[in-house]
Design a protein. Structure first.
Lengths: 435, 633
């Protein structure tokens, strides 16, 4: 029986603002056994801020329904961050997606509720410990502070308060979205991946395979959990995160508790200073947790009829390091035809070692379609931190290398709820073209 | 010596080895282990106590006696009389001060009133023994309410947290002041350092200059027990040493060569570790415990002792259990550290600092071992534990004094480990020219094993070119910055100082110590810095292309360069020692520039070598996340 392969692959980038939402559709010449001639993968659906004048989450959900013909085969949640999953929790869009009956939910290994360390897997004690820190109910700020509170704080005139709120906001657990994904994942439809996982994509999408290039577990690559996670100092720091965010009651009793008005002037001064110190420290810790969470991003390389589509979520340097140290992976990565720009174009999610693979003598001339979903100005960063998103120097380099194949969601007009590119797979020389 | 005798004469018999002793203020020993024997005072004792409280302050004792936890709550007293072991605690002598609620003295202000989650405050406790007296006499005597307190109370009572941090902080400051023979100011514009025992829920403690405070955090171990850094002797001594060192050399916290930040950490560790030995009775207890475990007293056994581990409870609670102490530098073997300067992990201040701590602590062990060997030969057998403890206290006290005194001889900027070694040796030669106990040899040997060698010291030869004093006023010269600058200006050529650069005398301090002949010597220590700033292009041209700029750095970037030195003047005002870091030392400046770029230390506008606008003393374990790393855009 001849192998069934798609004739065309179509990628849609929805104009969701500061977030990610991509629909990858494979079109077949003939109907498959279930009568459909298409297969669809949804990569993330979330935002921190919708695009000005752009579609709302409900509008995007409707478009996904329309573009997928009423059935979603696979949902990939790259990692558990608001800007990648909030759409799954919004009531109006959740109802729509629920009717698309997703058949497989792919998430990073850290989301696995039944994680079990074993000798045969790369999930050992270190990994289990790391997962506990990331997903333990008690570690998440959401228990203590609501998203609405943080958003209101983010607009504060006080830089320290606003900075904290902005970073902490991304850590707020969107329980509704997670519950929805858990619901879809019931009946063995959940699949949790780490570097090297064998994702059975062919069973769902004929003629398409996948290579999981990330995230490595801390047992595979300790750095992915942060700097020197194999050292005691690392766990001291992580304990700080746990303590600072757990909201646990102090054990010492407040003896004769009284109000601030009872303080002497020198006491009042230091108490005010201390509040700021605590907030600054907490901001640092939360930022660190934020980066650790980004590094749980699934890096997925889809392969279809000689084309390679790379979706790395928000993976940062430590996540990339592992796959980029493998020669075979490097070879695959050097030949990508589509790159979803990592982490909305931030400074540390498109490592230069990856970039260099596309600029060698043998690869420099290859066309690579580049999709960046971002909202300039949301993260302003600073001259010292280079924290602006997207990072100017990266965008300039991408434009120069990709030329007309570089697309950014913020350049879409008000009438364009999504950007669509497609590649004719039957033509071996065809690249992705804008539709 | 019996316990009660030691208490009445805290420094008796130790003037030579002088655990932390110095001129003017002999340092207190922790001379008494407090046995946990809770008992209610008898009626007679209560009456005596009342009479004592009512006494006027004109017969003040020189010390307040305060109960502290000797190491941390995880170190228990192996008392033979008690089957149930209890926290090892000690009654220590703290220099007398007028103690107001807090405790609050003229140098420290303990604030235990951090708002809790409900926004309420716990009060500042009144530790005065004269609570009912008039304000005239108020606060002269201290009322130690924890002498017989249970372990549970020590671990739970915020008033004890306050007493514990105050007592250890005050003793640490006294240790420095006694060794240097002068008062030491803070690096900020206040006389009082805030100590915050329950600052925040975090597994850390830190000194913050901007907030004029040392903050102690608390956290919970895997079993849900609260771990308080304010109950750890090591952590308190470590953090307060940061504050003291900042007062002595405030530029050591600025971004620069990697040794400099590491030195701050190392010095804090060294003081924390060696000061434990001033608690001789505590040392005896620990030696007894170690002896029970492993029999004969040996140096390899001592290396693993609780005494030489830092923040044991903290490290155990926060780690996976593989390493019971946060840091145990004394166990670092030099042969495992070949080429450490080029290894990335030793660019981190704590890791790099461990090398310096290891060199000093291994020196200490060698000295102690030598002293114990002498004892063994004299006693024809294993010496008793009290004698071994006494020798340990003497060795530690002397070494700590050497180390602290060396700070005056350290340059104010760009300190390297080699400069530190040079400063210890040079400073010690001044007070002990003959090196009778071979301390300097032990130091040279131990540092040498870690590839830290003494550089060639530049002594000023006054024979050929005597300096000009013509327009100077001696009384001003030994205390006034402008007058010292006048001296520098007049004698720049002789001193090897370049007038072309901006120069600032930052500090002129007296230093009093006992000379080898037993007489008091008064020296004057003057620190100056030099600096220039410009674009890299301008500075490269100025250096005649000797300043090397790392690849990829924009030549329009502004850079500030620092140089400077310390001048030691003898009691007649003659310069006798000049430790300096020339601003025009281009290989050093190139190395520093590489570090600034590598670490991403950029100030506003992307400038290099300027102070960053964040606190440089807050915990830095996480700061790497905001630095630009290799491979990023």
């Amino acid at each position: 029986m001849p192998r069934v392969e798609p004739e065309r692959v179509r990628v849609r980038m929805y104009n969701i603002g500061q977030g990610d939402c991509f629909l990858v559709s494979f079109e077949y010449a003939e109907a498959l056994p279930d009568g459909r001639s298409e297969r669809h993968i949804l990569f993330d659906f979330g935002t921190k801020r919708l695009a000005e004048g752009g579609p709302g989450t409900k509008d995007i959900a409707k478009l996904i329904k329309e573009h997928s013909g009423g059935t979603l085969d696979i949902i990939v949640l790259s990692h558990r961050h608001q800007d990648h999953m909030s759409g799954f929790g919004v009531a109006s869009s959740k109802v729509i997606l629920d009717k698309l009956n997703p058949r497989l939910i792919v998430r990073p290994w850290t989301e696995n509720p039944d994680l079990d360390p074993g000798d045969e897997t790369p999930v050992g004690d270190l990994s289990v410990r790391f997962q506990r820190f990331l997903t333990d109910e008690g570690t998440l700020l959401g228990k203590r502070t609501s998203a609405a509170e943080l958003l209101s704080l983010a607009g504060s005139a006080d830089d320290v308060v606003a900075g904290f709120a902005e970073v902490a906001y991304s850590q707020v657990k969107n329980k509704v979205a997670i519950d929805q994904l858990d619901k879809w994942a019931r009946d063995d439809k959940g699949f949790y991946v780490h570097y090297g996982s064998d994702l059975p994509l062919e069973d769902f999408i004929p003629g398409v395979s996948a290579r999981v290039l990330g995230p490595p577990t801390p047992d595979q690559h300790p750095d992915v959990a942060g700097q020197r996670s194999d050292s005691d100092e690392y766990w001291v720091s992580l304990s700080s995160v746990l303590s600072a965010t757990s909201g646990r009651k102090k054990s010492s009793k407040a003896r004769g508790a009284r109000g601030e008005s009872a303080l002497t002037w020198p006491q009042r001064w230091i108490v005010h200073r201390l509040r700021r110190v605590r907030l600054k420290h907490l901001t640092e810790l939360v930022r660190w947790l934020d980066e650790a969470m980004n590094n749980t991003s699934v890096i997925l390389l889809l392969k279809v009829r000689g084309r390679r589509l790379l979706f790395p979520g928000d993976a940062q340097g430590e996540n990339w390091e592992y796959t980029l140290s493998e020669e075979e992976d490097k070879h695959e990565l050097s030949l990508v035809d589509l790159y979803k720009v990592g982490h909305h174009g931030s400074r540390n999610a498109t490592p230069k070692s990856l970039w260099n693979l596309w600029n060698e003598e043998s690869t420099r001339g290859r066309r690579i379609a580049c999709l960046m979903s971002t909202s300039p100005g949301f993260y302003k960063g600073g001259e010292r931190s280079h924290g602006e998103v997207p990072r100017e120097t990266l965008v300039a380099a991408l434009r120069e290398r990709m030329q007309d194949d570089f697309y950014s969601s913020h350049e879409l007009g008000e009438e364009e709820p999504c950007l669509e590119i497609a590649c004719e797979l039957s033509d071996p020389g065809a690249a992705f073209e804008r539709v | 010596m019996k316990d009660h005798e030691r208490r009445s004469k805290p420094w008796e018999g130790d003037l030579d080895g002088a655990v932390l002793g110095g001129v003017g203020i002999p340092m207190p020993h922790i001379d008494r282990i407090v046995r946990h024997e809770p008992k209610k005072p008898t009626g007679r004792e209560t009456a005596k106590r009342k009479v004592k409280q009512d006494e006027p302050p004109d017969i003040l004792e020189r010390w307040h006696e305060m109960t502290i936890i000797a190491q941390d709550p995880g170190v228990l007293n192996p008392s033979a009389t008690n089957k149930r072991k209890r926290i090892l605690r000690a009654a220590v002598k703290v220099p007398t001060d007028r103690i107001w609620p807090g405790p609050r003295s003229h140098r420290f202000h303990v604030v235990g009133i951090v708002p809790d989650q409900s926004g309420s405050m716990s009060p500042a406790e009144d530790f005065s023994a004269e609570k009912k007296q008039s304000r005239d006499n108020y606060g002269w005597r201290f009322d130690d309410q924890f002498e017989n307190a249970s372990d549970a109370r020590l671990k739970r009572d915020p008033r004890f947290y306050a007493q514990n941090v105050y007592a250890i902080a005050a003793r640490t400051l006294a240790t420095f002041e006694s060794a240097l023979g002068r008062r030491i100011g803070w690096a900020f514009d206040s006389h009082q350092l805030y100590l915050i025992p329950d600052a925040m829920e975090m597994a850390n403690a830190f000194y913050t200059r901007e907030d004029q405070a040392v903050c102690f955090g608390y956290f919970f171990d895997v079993e849900g027990n609260d771990i308080r850094t304010c109950l750890s002797h090591d952590i308190i001594a470590h953090e307060v040493t940061h504050a003291i060192l900042d007062g002595l050399r405030h530029r050591f916290l600025h971004p620069g060569v990697p040794d400099q930040a590491a030195f701050h950490e190392a010095m804090a560790d060294i003081v924390a570790l060696l000061s434990v030995f001033s608690t001789r009775a505590v040392v005896e207890r620990c030696l007894e415990e170690d002896g029970k475990k492993s029999g004969k007293f040996t140096m390899s056994r001592l290396k693993k002792s609780t005494l030489l581990r830092l923040a044991e409870e903290f490290g155990t609670a926060a780690s996976v259990g593989a390493r019971p102490a946060l840091r145990s530098s004394v166990e670092i073997e030099p042969e495992n550290l070949k080429g450490w300067r080029d290894k990335d992990e030793y660019k981190l201040p704590h890791r790099r600092g461990e090398i310096l701590v290891a060199a000093v602590m291994q020196t200490f062990l060698r000295i102690w071992e030598e002293r114990v060997n002498i004892l063994s030969s004299q006693t024809a057998g294993s010496p008793s534990i009290p004698l071994v403890a006494q020798e340990g206290a003497r060795s530690a006290g002397h070494l700590l004094k050497m180390v602290i005194r060396s700070i005056d001889y350290c340059p104010p900027v760009e300190l390297t480990f080699e400069d530190f070694l040079d400063s210890i040796l040079t400073a010690d030669e001044e007070v002990a020219p003959d090196d009778e106990h071979k301390y300097r040899k032990a130091l040279r040997d131990a540092f040498g094993e870690f590839d830290i060698k003494q550089p060639r010291t530049e002594f000023i030869n006054l024979a050929h070119k005597p300096p000009h004093y013509e327009t100077l006023n001696f009384a001003e010269f030994i205390r006034d910055r402008d007058e010292v600058f006048r001296f520098l200006w007049q004698n720049a050529d002789i001193l090897g100082i370049e007038r072309e650069y901006f120069t600032l005398v930052e500090d002129v301090q007296p230093s009093v110590r006992v000379g080898p002949d037993g007489f008091v010597i008064r020296e004057t220590v003057a620190c100056y810095v030099q600096s220039i700033q410009g674009t890299l292009k301008e500075l490269v041209a100025h250096s005649r292309r000797k300043l090397k700029v790392p690849e990829g750095v924009d030549l329009g970037t502004e850079l500030r360069l620092w140089g400077g030195g310390v001048l030691i003047f003898d009691q007649f005002g003659r310069p006798k020692y000049h430790q300096r870091k020339d601003l025009w030392d281009w290989p050093r400046q190139s190395k520093r520039l590489r570090e600034l770029v590598r670490e991403g230390h950029r100030g506003p506008g992307g400038r290099l070598g300027f102070s960053e606008d964040r606190s440089i003393t807050e915990p830095s374990q996480l700061h790497s996340t905001i630095r630009q790393r290799e491979g990023e855009w």
